[in-house]
Design a binder for this molecule. Structure first.
Ligand SMILES: *Cc1c(COP(=O)(O)O)cnc(C)c1O
Length: 237
């Protein structure tokens, strides 16, 4: 299957990332592109792999687990969707990083399953930066308490923060949210909490990743910008 648009999209996205890093006086190495491949067939993922992607994002446990054995094993799989506790056992030991943790209940289950499998799971805490009703995630003032509680659990480590910013026409409308989340990230980092490593700030999607990079993102999650629009009608698996 010829999927040349994936190559040209990746070249474009990588150029944009480089430009945003330059204008923010950041090293290009500080930012990792996660290719968000949800709903897309494995042929697409293989193309992206061929052109250098090693980080892939999926939001459904079952879909991720179908794709993993069909892809090379040096890939870092990012679980970016909202996890239900009954699915945790199928993610632990497989995902490199679980992005959307926003409750003690979910963290406890990740901890429990990680102990069982004798692995350490890395997670990010999800923050609902604009406090949108429709979204998961904590409000700013809930974050520190949850971080402190989770930090005491075994076999789970907090490695940073994640957000899904509002869907806006002008990406600069999200600038303040990204800036605020970066501030919170630095604040928590300065508390030097045991078991908490503020190294990853996962923010920015196709529409706003350049602004997110200018405000300190270390992971940008780009789906449409690499693989094209998603079609939720047909099951492409
Ligand atoms: C789908 C998704 C993305 C990618 O969105 P695009 O707008 O297609 O880049 C990023 N993050 C999360 C959490 C997602 O669910």
């Amino acid at each position: 299957m010829e999927k040349d648009f994936i190559k040209s999209n990746l070249i474009h996205v990588n150029e944009e990332i480089a430009k945003a890093c330059e204008s923010a006086h950041r090293n290009r190495e500080e930012v990792t592109l996660i290719a968000v491949s949800k709903t897309k067939p494995v042929e697409y993922l293989k193309k992206a792999y061929e052109f250098g992607c090693r980080d892939f994002g999926e939001n459904k446990v079952q879909e991720m687990n179908l794709k993993i054995p069909q892809m090379p094993d040096d890939i870092r799989w990012h679980m970016i969707g909202h996890l239900q506790t009954n699915k945790v056992k199928d993610v632990v030991g497989k995902a490199y990083l679980i992005h959307g943790v926003d409750s003690f209940k979910l963290a406890s289950e990740i901890s429990k399953q990680s102990v069982k499998k004798n692995v350490v799971s890395k997670i990010l805490i999800e923050v609902n930066v604009a406090e949108e009703e429709s979204k998961f995630g904590l409000s700013y003032d809930e974050v520190l308490n949850l971080v402190l509680e989770i930090s005491k659990l075994p076999n789970i480590e907090i490695h940073g923060l994640m957000t899904i910013a509002p869907n806006v026409d002008n990406p600069y409308d999200n600038k303040q949210y990204f800036e605020d989340l970066h501030k919170l990230f630095v604040d928590i980092s300065e508390q030097n909490i045991d078991n908490v490593y503020m190294e990853y700030l996962s923010m920015g999607m196709t529409n706003d990743y350049c602004v997110a990079i200018e405000e300190g993102a270390t992971y940008v999650r780009v789906g449409t910008g690499i693989f094209g629009e998603r079609d939720y009608q047909t099951n492409s698996l």
